[in-house]
Design a binder for this molecule. Structure first.
Ligand code: TYC
Length: 101
């Protein structure tokens, strides 16, 4: 039995879905206790104590720090939940989101 194998005339590439990613950003403020910021980062973003501490210190010294990137609704949900955790304790801590360039 014979078989004819023909090469595709053009190189094709499987279409890969790449949803746009969004950064979750932690903003500094003068009132939220450092340990509370660390606690929120560990709880909502599943960071280790060390990772959370580094992110907190970066936001504290530079004014803001990228926490992580996610698809849009995961980023928004996590930012909202983390911010709400702070509101529940009366702290002004704020997480925002923005598209990754
Ligand atoms: N600046 C706060 C303090 O001195 C601590 C803090 C760090 C708050 C990072 C917010 O994103 C933040 N108590």
């Amino acid at each position: 039995m014979t078989e004819t194998v023909t090469k595709p005339r053009l190189r094709t590439r499987k279409q890969v879905a790449r949803p746009p990613l969004y950064k979750v950003i932690l903003l500094n403020d003068d009132f939220t206790p450092r340990e509370f910021v660390v606690r929120v980062l560990k709880a909502e973003f599943r960071m280790s104590e060390d990772q959370a501490h580094n992110v907190m210190i970066t936001a504290h010294t530079k004014g803001a720090c990228v926490v992580a990137v996610f698809v849009k609704d995961v980023a928004e949900t996590k930012a909202t939940r983390a911010t709400d955790m702070a509101r529940g304790e009366g702290y002004p801590l704020l997480f925002t989101t923005e598209p990754e360039t």
